[in-house]
Design a protein around this ligand. Sequence first.
Ligand SMILES: CCCCC/C=C\C/C=C\C/C=C\C/C=C\CCCC(=O)SCCNC(=O)CCNC(=O)[C@H](O)C(C)(C)COP(=O)(O)OP(=O)(O)OC[C@H]1O[C@@H](n2cnc3c(N)ncnc32)[C@H](O)[C@@H]1OP(=O)(O)O
Length: 227
Amino acid sequence: MSEQTGADAARNVSADREISADGAGDDYEHHGGFPVYEPVKAGPNYGTFVETFRRLQDLMVSTHAPDDVIDRAIEQTEALVELLAPYEVPEGRSPAGFNVELPGRGSALLLPWKIEKFGEDGVRERGMFRRYHLGGNGAAHGGTLPLLFDDLFGMVIHANGRPIARTGYLHVNYRKITPIETELVVDGWVDRVEGRKAYCKAELRDLDGNLLADSEALMIQLLPGQQ
Ligand SMILES: CCCCC/C=C\C/C=C\C/C=C\C/C=C\CCCC(=O)SCCNC(=O)CCNC(=O)[C@H](O)C(C)(C)COP(=O)(O)OP(=O)(O)OC[C@H]1O[C@@H](n2cnc3c(N)ncnc32)[C@H](O)[C@@H]1OP(=O)(O)O
């Protein structure tokens, strides 16, 4: 299992484990009150759809267009909302977040990073903070790093074979400026386990190996019925 890499390993683990359609043979009560998710496979162009939306998000925060262009942008955005609104579905029924081969698993909320390694010994992702994630003076917004770490820790728990957990706390040490539009790597792993409590750690580095930020989180296994 730890020999596998990236999205294939994540997909296989999810298939082997509890994310099944009917929960048959699962210890699903160990996932607290979480519903049984059936992975929703994205169509062939879903990745392009999400990437185009991300490009729009980048432009939303990096343009200063004339009023008539803004008026046209409103019209076109309203048309897009009208196009998509009829297809709104409840939680767990959209491909967003379930497709491990796509950056950010195909969710526009998540950082558009790709899973490189997914094993019991940890999860590695590679990607960039984009213009959309800018804080100030070329650095990623400080609030976007906990988003990266929190989602990573969710996957670390899953890859480690533990039931779904919620974050009790998440601590981030900002060691150096985290640049946008620069390829970076993040590694996360379970450091130690005490009953329901899994203490996880992660490190964010640039490609020269410089430590930009590290994080520690307490991931608490849910009790039956817990949301
Ligand atoms: C092809 C298919 C692909 C599918 C996708 C594939 C891969 C994806 C993989 C993974 C993704 C899957 C799922 C992700 C799902 C979830 C991850 C989301 C992570 C989050 O983002 S979630 C949001 C933020 N999170 C919250 O919204 C939590 C709000 N909260 C609560 O819901 C409760 O708080 C709860 C239930 C957590 C615990 O409540 P409780 O009542 O059961 O337990 P209690 O309070 O007794 O704590 C038990 C022990 O933890 C200690 N403890 C607690 N808190 C502490 C703290 N802050 N500091 C130090 N110690 C602490 C206590 O001291 C005690 O310790 P002790 O037992 O030693 O006394």
